[in-house]
Ligand binder design. Sequence first.
Ligand SMILES: CC(C)(COP(=O)(O)OP(=O)(O)OC[C@H]1O[C@@H](n2cnc3c(N)ncnc32)[C@H](O)[C@@H]1OP(=O)(O)O)[C@@H](O)C(=O)NCCC(=O)NCCS
Length: 162
Amino acid sequence: MNADPRVMEFFPATLARAESDALVARIRAHFARHGFGAWAVEIPGVADFIGFVGLSIPSFQAPFTPCVEIGWRLATAHWGKGYATEAAMAALAFGFTEAGLAEIVSFTVVANLPSRRVMERLGMTRSPSDDFEHPGLALGHPLRPHVLYRLSRGDWRQRALP
Ligand SMILES: CC(C)(COP(=O)(O)OP(=O)(O)OC[C@H]1O[C@@H](n2cnc3c(N)ncnc32)[C@H](O)[C@@H]1OP(=O)(O)O)[C@@H](O)C(=O)NCCC(=O)NCCS
């Protein structure tokens, strides 16, 4: 998945085996430290692993940090079926109840419309005044401009009501 150029279109580069393994190690460390992280997603009885969806604490500084971010990455064979949104709804429920978070954000490259549609299906909202330049990328890099979406616990609860 991390070596697939379609999956990594909105990231600076695909990952080599060792880089992908290092990412998994960072995810495990995040779970150990914070009690939540990027969960592996399976389709029970069909596929043991289709990608990850979950909550993480960004390590860079921006006007909206510190914060908890929700994110997703699925193998292409499993796009277009609603799995990212379904898994993200479970992650939001965990974040707002078990973890007691007051707000969860999500961000992506401006042109990453599939990811932005997941955010919008979850009821997250973007304010242009929150748009930011990702500090992990060089000035002028085409992937540097990002949009930020937010969801408060109150708004999440409101949507979750029947
Ligand atoms: C971002 C990403 C997870 C979105 O995947 P996705 O398959 O579009 O999202 P979902 O799993 O929520 O599926 C929703 C899509 O499936 C369709 N769909 C089909 N059956 C469905 C069902 N039963 N329920 C819900 N949606 C369904 C929806 O219409 C929607 O398509 P649309 O956005 O074109 O309208 C995926 O593109 C990806 O992994 N990209 C690479 C990694 C990446 O960029 N991650 C984000 C970085 S910030």
